[in-house]
Design a protein around this ligand. Structure first.
Ligand SMILES: *Cc1c(COP(=O)(O)O)cnc(C)c1O
Length: 918
């Protein structure tokens, strides 16, 4: 499967860099083996041209990776120059195998230039030690030095000489000589963990990198044109940190190090060294920096705990596993999970195990490390999913009577969070995607309108929080920074809760990171520190006044600027670590970046006490610690691969003549209405699209599409979403999560490889062939039936009902324009069965009530899966649209709806007009 077309050959076409590199090596290997085979026994002179060409395509990228490195590439050049077809073929095979398998990281033989046959490699390290070396984690360190190219090979050798037997990790140096090459290495090479920059490096690369230069020029803060030559190193540190914040950066200078170390612009540098200082110091620091990310304090301690001889007299019979391993009846439990699970099970908080409820030891440190990793001030571990994380945030920062502006389509934990805290939801609507029976995201204009209406009615002070789902299930990503900026212009102390249950991985993509809550909060803070911020606000104040007038409609359509002196940055992000990283199920975090967090410290502690189990699961906590370690060390590479996999799926489906006859993956143009895409971005696969156009869309557009979420339309193949999902599961063992009436959602994650792409494509092809064959066999009648089925699925789609309103009895000011309501009062009113009634969905009495009243008032949440959001909430008036939607709904799973008895309603005479507080 080739991933490149001819136009993508530019070195800086970075969208699929690691896959592209492997493909280039595969092509080179194919050419080399053909040459070697042709040369057997005969004269092969002249047929080496394809190998030379393929090598020329491979070569430019190779200077950014340690392996195979200059020495092996020179050897290869020599063999090709000597027309040694078989020698070249053997070497290329060895290199590409080592690259594909990753064996170069622990097999010395892969680096040898003597013989190509691994068995002939002289045994330089004794077997015992080699096993140990194999266990040592491997990484690469970038050295950016102005030294002449002739010197760098010797420098790399000197760096390798610094290795000591008891180093617990091993790294290879990658040498580059200028700003642009360093940047490319940081972008392309996912194995890099540290960067050592020498002062005095030049800017331009010798390679041809037009896209990179365009990119640097578009983002002003990356532009080096106004950087003094002596500050290029520092600039490089800043830019690399912006792309990969997890990397450790060291600066070597002959300037006064104290001065540099105190320079706020150098804050991102882990350490500044005087250039002639001991190279060993640099070496040790590089190792220590990576070891710090590697360390998982809770998990490490749990492992130690499990190996200690401990007798338990607490109430956790499975701890130590004796009653399981020795059991007559449940031994398979132990055999299946292994003894370690039971050795690591404990209810103790002594022995260094720390307490989840009030951590002071390694859980606290593990949380701090997670906070560093995601760019938060605080992180709280949660062992019962983001469902609980969300409820904790509501509990901690809202109280009865507060208003929360919230997307009605958000996860049910938000609705229940408000039932618990007593905050009143003001539901705002996402744009509908009726033809696919799903919702998009909430336009900023709608949110601003809600805020301005509340201001007009004198209730703005009651608004505590805005909650949005980023990204949505289907992949709509908000412009998080812009949403916060404009809302803060209307109310400067708003709290934002971004539900990023699906989106935790985005932190490790430089493209997606600015659109995470934490990434945007950081950008907002930087913006506020810039004097230009105040100027922008003053210009706005000139035109619209210091206090924005809520009846001024112009405010809805222009970009509002908050007062940098008044605004507070109060951002909460919840992540299901288990949904996008390597945590066990239910592992979740609350990440906090709230300047006024100290207002909530005690409330937050209460929220933890209310919601956290007193028996938290040690394995989940351990896996949160591990997930953080992985992302800080290889998240960048893994996320890049997940995106590559998704793009490969899109590409293969789009270009396969038979698959694309019945299936398609929706692009940004289908998922995001044009008005929300000012950049004009159409799709990742559009001709002419490259990472630059995608980067621009991510910067400018109101909504973007997460490339890893793929809405596959199956209605055009005659399947409704559920049927297609079942077909994939039962016949092909492919599992997926979400469906709509005519689509299913596919998703790539850090666990997927290109083989998964191949499998999926094969399955889709099989299904497409099957349909095609069937239609041919069935003739005209069958085709007409198929067309009818497709039409039914694709065109006869129910209208998506908007939130109607709360019954006046649950509104404080029934005359108000904004529709927030006391959902909690309605929720508890329904506890009294005598005050409730049931009405069958399809009954004359239902039609009669809809036509002539009294109004139908929902007693509880009604949540059909799909779509998975409540189409009714307690206290809501049920209108004809909602009933029609429910009647058309062809799903079986509807939470809160009793098909035998009908809809549960609060009796009209049980509701006190004028509202009741609770
Ligand atoms: C899954 C999900 C949740 C709940 O997370 P769990 O970890 O399953 O409890 C919350 N919000 C959204 C948007 C989700 O997709």
């Amino acid at each position: 499967m080739k991933t490149e077309s001819a136009g993508d050959q530019h070195l800086d076409h970075l969208f699929s860099s690691s896959a592209a590199r492997m493909d280039r090596w595969r092509d080179l290997n194919a050419a080399a083996q053909a040459w070697a085979a042709g040369g057997r026994g005969g004269d092969s002179r002249g047929s080496g041209a394809p190998v030379r060409e393929a090598l020329a395509i491979v070569r430019p990228m190779e200077s950014y990776f340690a392996y195979p490195g200059g020495r092996l590439l020179r050897l290869l050049d020599e063999r090709i120059a000597d027309d040694d077809a078989r020698g070249a073929g053997r070497l290329i095979l060895r290199i590409s195998n080592a690259l594909l398998s990753g064996s170069y990281r622990y097999e010395e033989g892969a680096w040898e230039d003597g013989e190509d046959d691994a068995a002939d490699v002289p045994d330089r390290i004794p077997p015992g030690l080699r096993a140990e070396a194999a266990r040592r984690p491997y990484f690469e360190t970038l050295f950016v030095t102005p030294a002449p190219a002739a010197r760098t090979a010797a420098m790399a050798g000197e760096i390798r000489e610094l290795r000591r037997r008891d180093d617990n990790m091993i790294y290879e140096p990658v040498m580059v000589g200028n700003f642009e090459d360093a940047l490319l290495a940081a972008v392309l090479n996912g194995k890099l963990e540290a960067v050592v920059i020498y002062d005095g490096i030049p800017v331009p690369s010798d390679q041809d990198v037009p896209l990179l230069r365009e990119f640097l020029n578009v983002y002003q803060d990356l532009d080096t044109r106004n950087t003094a030559p002596r500050d290029v190193g520092l600039k490089l540190a800043q830019v690399i940190k912006g792309i990969r914040p997890e990397l450790d950066i060291y600066l070597l200078t002959d300037r006064r190090v104290e001065e540099l170390a105190g320079n706020p612009d150098a804050a991102m540098v882990r350490r500044v060294f005087y250039e002639v200082e001991e190279p060993m110091e640099v070496h040790l620091n590089v190792l220590e920096g990576v070891a710090d990310r590697y360390a998982t304090p809770y998990f490490d301690n749990l492992k130690r705990y499990a190996t200690r001889p401990i007798s338990t007299f607490h109430a956790l019979p499975i701890a130590r596993g004796k009653s399981i391993i020795k059991s007559n009846w449940i031994r398979d439990f132990g055999e299946f999970y292994g003894l370690n699970l039971f050795l690591a099970e404990t209810s103790a908080t002594t022995g260094g195990l720390d307490s989840m409820l009030e951590p002071t030891g390694n859980i606290k440190v593990a949380q701090e490390k997670f906070a560093r990793a995601v760019g938060a001030d605080h992180v709280f571990f949660v062992t019962n999913g983001t469902s609980t994380s969300n409820k904790m945030v509501y509990q901690a920062v809202t109280k009865p009577g507060d208003i929360v502006i919230v997307d009605r389509n958000c996860h049910k934990s938000h609705h229940y969070g408000m039932v618990l805290s007593g905050a009143q939801p003001l539901y705002v609507e996402a744009f509908p995607m009726t033809e696919y029976s799903m919702y998009g995201a909430v336009p900023l204009r709608t949110i601003k309108k809600a805020l301005l209406d509340l201001k007009a009615e004198g209730r703005l002070d009651r608004v505590a929080m805005i909650t949005l789902t980023n990204c949505t299930f289907d992949g709509h990503i908000y412009n998080t920074r812009r949403v916060m900026e404009e809302c803060l212009a209307i109310k400067p102390d708003l709290i934002f809760l971004w539900d990023e249950a699906w989106f935790g991985f985005a932190r490790w993509s430089p493209f997606l990171r600015p659109r995470t809550a934490m990434g945007a909060a950081q950008a907002l803070q930087r913006w506020r520190d810039d004097p230009a911020a105040l100027q922008a606000w003053e210009a706005q104040a000139q035109e619209f006044g210091e206090d924005l007038r809520p009846d001024d409609d112009r405010l809805l359509d222009r970009r509002l600027v908050p007062d940098p002196r008044a605004m507070r940055i109060r951002v909460y992000e919840t992540d299901s670590v288990h949904k996008s990283m390597s945590s066990l199920r239910q592992g979740s975090i609350v990440a906090v970046r709230d300047e006024d967090y100290d207002h909530h410290v005690s409330a937050f502690r209460e929220a933890v006490f209310i919601h956290a189990s007193t028996s938290p699961n040690a394995q989940i906590i351990g896996s949160l610690d591990i997930a953080r370690r992985q992302m800080e060390l290889e998240g960048y590479e893994l996320v890049m691969r997940a995106i590559e996999v998704a793009l490969a799926i899109r590409r293969e489906i789009a270009r396969h003549p038979l698959i694309s006859k019945y299936f398609s993956v929706l692009g940004a143009d289908k998922m995001v209405p044009e008005e929300f895409r000012p950049s004009g971005f159409v799709d990742y696969l559009e001709p002419g699209a490259n990472w630059m156009t995608a980067a621009r869309a991510l910067l400018e557009d109101e909504f973007c599409l997460d490339p890893t979420r793929l809405t596959l339309v199956c209605g055009t193949a005659g399947y409704d979403g559920t049927a297609f999902k079942n077909l994939l599961a039962s016949k092909y063992n492919i599992q997926l999560n979400k469906t709509s009436r005519n689509s299913v959602l596919l998703q790539s994650n850090i666990n997927n490889t290109r083989s998964d792409v191949a499998l999926l494509i094969k399955v889709l092809l099989e299904i497409a062939e099957d349909i095609d064959g069937r239609l041919k066999a069935e003739g005209e009648a069958g085709q007409a039936a198929f067309a009818g089925k497709v039409r039914n699925l694709m065109e006869d789609v129910p209208n998506l009902p908007n939130f109607s309103r709360f019954h006046d009895g649950y509104r404080e000011d029934p005359g108000s324009v904004t529709l927030e309501g006391n959902m909690r009062a309605a929720f508890f009113a329904a506890y009294d069965e005598a005050e409730c009634e049931y009405l069958p969905l399809r009954s004359p009495s239902m039609d009669e009530r809809l036509a002539n009243g009294p109004a139908l008032v929902s007693a509880n949440f009604v949540i059909p899966y799909p779509p998975g959001f409540p189409i009714m909430v307690p206290g809501q008036i049920i209108d004809a649209d909602t009933i029609e939607f429910m009647r058309k709904l062809d799903v079986k799973e509807i939470h809160g709806y009793n098909a035998a008895r009908g809809l549960k309603l609060i009796k009209p005479d049980a509701i006190e007009e004028g509202g009741l507080a609770m």
